[in-house]
Design a protein around this ligand. Structure first.
Ligand SMILES: C[S@@+](CC[C@H](N)C(=O)[O-])C[C@H]1O[C@@H](n2cnc3c(N)ncnc32)[C@H](O)[C@@H]1O
Length: 247
């Protein structure tokens, strides 16, 4: 996949094109588009676009969506709270659209692995196609309910983003290395307290609970203030650690 971007941040993600590209800024000739790998390209109306390979953030904004995907602010924060490193083996459930699975895969690298467990057949296919979009070979997508998933090898980190995480507290205890981290991402306070009660009796210590408020600002020659339309609540990030030290 390629990225065409202009100075107003208009982005188009065409692949190799078989017909001329007709956009509001004019027509890009297919011969011209297909002959260059990266560089400037002009529409017939004289508007310039830059053709380049998309980076991780560009691709993240172009992924296929099934269920609601996690925001970049929460994905980045969860990855840091899980202490992810290259070579880690991470379990992500429910996989959803695979957004955070892809985020993890980018960090753990080719020596690591992300296992994305998703029970819904349609979403399972979406995760696979999003992993392909990034070219990640280190994401294993499993089309199962988490309760039916098993692994002989323990994980270095686990993330849960599903409606009833507390139902899987014993399950994920059995899948995680002692001393390793678990994040639980939930939108409601009721889920938060329920999770705290359940996970605390299954070998997990709750270390932190966070909610991230992100304020983007408008800054230009005329104004300098927070944007008026702000994304309000997304979810709570619960950071547990499996700590079984008295067994
Ligand atoms: C909110 S989405 C996750 C979004 C994902 N974090 C992302 O960034 O794309 C929750 C997903 O969990 C899946 N799910 C719910 N319960 C599950 C279970 N018991 N086993 C596997 N997947 C489950 C749902 O089908 C849904 O796709």
């Amino acid at each position: 996949m390629k990225l065409l971007i202009n100075e107003d941040f208009k982005k188009i993600y065409p692949d190799k094109i078989t017909n001329d590209l007709n956009i509001s800024e004019g027509v890009i000739k297919k011969e011209e588009y297909n002959k260059i790998k990266e560089g400037l390209i002009m529409t017939h109306k004289g508007k310039n676009f830059l053709l380049k390979n998309p980076d991780f953030k560009d691709l993240m904004f172009s992924i296929k969506r099934g269920p609601q995907i996690i925001t970049l602010k929460d994905a980045g924060f969860i990855a840091s709270q899980l202490g992810l490193m290259q070579g880690f083996r991470v379990l992500d459930c429910g996989g959803g659209s695979g957004a955070i699975s892809c985020f993890f895969a980018n960090i753990v690298g080719s020596k690591g692995e992300v296992v994305s467990v998703e029970k819904n057949d349609k979403f399972f296919e979406i995760i696979k196609s999003n992993a392909d979009l990034f070219g990640f070979k280190n994401i294993k997508v499993i089309n199962k309910d988490l309760s039916d998933y098993s692994s002989k090898k323990l994980f270095d980190a686990i993330n849960l983003d599903l409606p009833n995480p507390w139902d899987y507290s014993s399950k994920v205890n059995g899948l995680l290395k002692n001393g390793s981290r678990l994040t639980v991402y939930v939108p409601n306070t009721t889920q938060l307290t329920h999770s705290q009660l359940e996970f605390s009796t299954k070998g997990f210590k709750l270390e932190h609970v966070f909610e991230l408020m992100l304020r983007e600002w408008d800054v230009n020659d005329l104004v300098c203030h927070p944007k008026f339309d702000m994304l309000g609540h997304t979810g709570f990030v619960m950071c547990f650690r499996k700590l079984e030290v008295n067994k």
